[in-house]
Design a protein around this ligand. Structure first.
Ligand code: C2E
Ligand code: CA
Ligand code: CA
Ligand code: CA
Length: 278
């Protein structure tokens, strides 16, 4: 920055300051969001294309900030990850999801709920198994059978935090928690990892679905992922299905996948989900 002219430096610097300030403002608010009761989990159904049944729900975090209004996860999740707040927020998410699954189960609505996990949650310094222990503790607390909890992780987590994450995922699998690879196709996983890790399903990223109907390359990639998953005995979940035409692509090709997207249902608060399924 020193090499720039003085005015330019100031311009750049002011710009930075406001975004940095905004970042810290949000971080400070987020730090209080749990105790201030501003966080909520929304749930989005996952539908089996063959049976039409809802086979589970993805829990998606919402932040209703009293100060700033509703803030998108694409803004606050990165802040939570950078600051480390994701560790406590993630713990809250796991606990809330277990509580919800148990409440639904007890009211005659057995529903599998998946939670998104960030890399930071696997890297809790000094206590590599903290994540496993707190998942177990939440299952215990609500007496929830482990099969009702599922986790979604990204490919990059597998690649970059190999030893830490592998041990935890193995333990989760062993108690019956299923593992989904999120945003599949956008990260850096090699196929050998997919075989090695105790994975239950691949979630094909929405970016391959958006233009699926018009773009032959996207269609080819989606088809290839489904064929590969079948050989590896992995389930496939398709993210971001918004149109009838996208649905038809999977139906017409007899692809036995699980679908998720606005075409079926947006993420909704727990009581609205319960209302729909009553
Ligand atoms: P993701 O895990 O890939 O979640 C899917 C995102 O796509 C969600 O955005 C969902 O609302 C949205 N979506 C679902 N169906 C459709 C569709 O048909 N069309 C479109 N355009 N979007 C659709 P959301 O809820 O804003 O979450 C964004 C990201 O924030 C998530 O991406 C996930 O990476 C992260 N996130 C959300 N909740 C949590 C959480 O509890 N913990 C962590 N670590 N990350 C979370
Ligand atoms: Ca996800
Ligand atoms: Ca995803
Ligand atoms: Ca995504």
């Amino acid at each position: 920055a020193k090499a720039l002219g003085k005015n330019q430096y100031h311009f750049f610097s002011d710009d930075m300051n406001s975004s940095v300030q905004n970042h810290f403002e949000l971080e400070n608010r987020l730090r209080r969001a749990i105790v201030d009761n501003e966080l909520e989990l929304y749930y989005q159904p996952k539908i089996d294309i063959v049976t039409g049944d809802t086979v589970g729900f993805e829990a998606l975090l919402r932040w209703h900030s009293v100060e700033h209004g509703d803030i998108s996860p694409s803004i606050f999740i990165p802040i939570a990850e950078k600051s480390g707040l994701i560790v406590s927020i993630g713990e809250w998410v796991i606990d809330k999801a277990c509580e919800q699954a148990k409440q639904w189960l007890d009211s005659g609505f057995p529903a599998h709920i998946s939670v998104n996990l960030s890399a930071r949650q696997f890297l809790h310094t000094g206590k590599p198994n903290k994540l496993f222990e707190l998942i177990e503790a939440s299952l215990d607390r609500y007496q929830l059978p482990a099969e009702y909890l599922e986790v979604e992780i990204t490919e990059n987590l597998m690649m970059h935090h190999l030893n830490e994450s592998f041990a935890i995922l193995e333990k989760l699998k062993n108690i019956g928690v299923k593992i989904f690879i999120d945003d599949f196709g956008t990260g850096y996983s090699s196929l050998s990892y997919i075989k090695k890790f105790p994975i239950h399903a691949l979630k094909i990223d929405k970016s391959f679905i958006d233009d699926l109907v018009n773009d032959e390359n996207d269609a080819a990639i989606v088809t290839a992922i489904i064929a590969m998953a079948k050989q590896l005995k992995l389930e496939v979940v398709v993210e971001g299905v918004e149109t009838e035409e996208q649905l038809a692509f999977f139906k017409d090709n007899d692809y036995e996948v699980v679908l998720q997207g606005y075409y079926f249902c947006a993420p909704l608060p727990a009581n609205e989900i319960r209302y729909i399924y009553e």
